[in-house]
Design a protein around this ligand. Structure first.
Ligand code: NAD
Ligand code: 44H
Length: 384
């Protein structure tokens, strides 16, 4: 069985590749990073190391790479033959890979009517749905009508902390032992891909929102406030009582909103939070706040990990989300010359001020009650 996976980065190699390989898939990684692709073709295998005291190693075999910039025709050919297509490229890259996926599906359809599922494994609500929209922009009306019956784009939620890598070998990837991969099965075309460790559900919404608004919310709070206080890693930040309290405060707020929305058992949700807080302080992982805080414009989006739980808390719980607002303020203040979005964000702040920048990036209406709460927290942070 052949898997074509876009994005041979941390989560691509360290999670999706590892799981697909365990279920006997051969994996064609597609990437624009020449060094990684060359190394995959040369070695045809790589190591995944579990970041705990045992450092158990898994050898991922039968892998190869395609450089999509140099050899787009090979990508098209791979999609023609694939049994599954997955991505882990980052939400902003989905529109960029859509065209070649459309070409691959078009070529496939000219040869076979075999169904195919394309699963975007990104930290975003509705990532596969977005990819489908972008792919369909490259198809005629007739192709769209045919493809919709054969090609599924099921949404998914993926959870495994894979930090930036500092190994001698370029391909080796160190990952936390914990993982969760959930896929919405209502959109699947043909047989459900049999992948060990993947869970199918009928309705992904509670799962993706619980994950994004707990793991990623907590992570973002630790990253932006950690950076504000000059900490370099998530663990360093979390080892500080003050930041730990801020993260817990934010997760209590997002938790109350989630419990209200999805009727989760309060105790179960608290246990979920506690487990996540322990994952953040894994001593075998060094995760930079700059990785976790990367892309602040995306992270300040209206449906993302900070604004959406804060808005839900206001709307459903009817209280002011002080801790989430503080993290939103820290995200607005986030400066990092190495991060393109952080640079653009600060240019926007310089030109338009914090309040207008927040409105434009988050899409919150001018009179949204969250805005004064954030502005108040911002003033307090400036004085810290
Ligand atoms: N690292 C984690 O802990 C983690 C966990 C869950 C989900 N995710 C999600 O997985 C996705 C990838 O994150 P990551 O941490 O692996 O990032 P990463 O930067 O390590 O990997 C992304 C890969 O995509 C490649 N890429 C960029 N443009 C491309 C293109 N046009 N075509 C093909 N490949 C391209 C990059 O070269 C890189 O190898 C993100 O959506 C992220 O939110 C990450
Ligand atoms: O990947 P991002 O930029 O959306 O978010 C950064 C981290 O919070 C994220 O990568 C987590 O490590 C991951 O989502 C854990 O499952």
């Amino acid at each position: 069985m052949l898997a074509v996976h876009f994005g041979a980065g941390n989560i691509g190699r360290g999670f999706i590749g590892a799981l697909l390989s365990k279920s006997d898939f051969t994996i064609n990684f597609v990437d624009v990073n020449k060094d990684v692709i060359d190394a995959l073709n040369e070695k045809q295998q790589y190591k995944v190391v579990l970041a705990d005291e045992n450092k158990e190693e898994l050898l991922v075999k039968n892998v190869s790479g395609i450089n999509s910039l140099a050899n787009p025709e090979q990508v098209i050919e791979a999609i023609e033959k694939a049994d599954i297509v997955t991505t882990a490229v980052g939400p902003n890259v989905l529109p960029i890979i859509a065209e070649i996926i459309a070409k691959g599906l078009t070529q496939r359809k000219s040869i076979t009517d075999r169904p195919l599922n394309i699963i975007a494994c990104e930290n975003m609500i509705g990532a596969s749905t977005l990819l489908k929209e972008k792919v369909f922009e490259h198809l005629t009306d007739q192709e769209q009508a045919e493809f919709v019956k054969l090609y599924g784009f099921p949404d998914s939620a993926v959870d495994r902390i894979v930090p930036n890598q500092v190994n001698e070998d370029l391909l080796t990837v160190s990952v936390e032992p914990y993982y969760e991969w959930i896929v919405e099965d209502t959109e699947i075309k043909g047989n459900k891909p049999a992948i060990d460790g993947l869970t199918y559900v009928n309705d992904l919404t509670p799962y993706i929102e619980r994950k994004l608004f707990t793991v990623n919310t907590g992570h973002a709070v630790a990253a932006y406030l950690g950076h504000f206080l000059d900490y370099k890693t998530i663990k360093e930040a979390m080892d500080t009582e003050l930041i730990q309290d801020w993260v817990k405060g934010a997760l209590n707020e997002s938790g109350e909103a989630l419990i209200h929305m999805y009727q989760f058992e309060k105790e179960n949700h608290q246990a979920y939070i506690t487990k996540i807080l322990n994952r953040f302080v894994n001593p075998y992982i060094s995760d930079e706040v700059t990785r976790v805080g990367r892309g602040p414009i995306r992270k300040l989006g209206g449906n993302d990990r900070l604004i959406r739980p804060a808005s839900l808390y206001l709307e459903k719980v009817k209280k002011e989300p002080i801790y989430l607002a503080q993290a939103i303020a820290a995200a607005l203040m986030y400066k990092n010359d190495q991060d393109e979005e952080a640079v653009t964000l600060q240019q926007q702040v310089e030109e338009k001020g914090y309040e207008q920048t927040l409105r434009e990036i988050s899409g919150l209406s001018g009179d949204h009650p969250l805005i004064p709460v954030v502005m108040n927290q911002l003033e307090q942070l400036k004085n810290k």
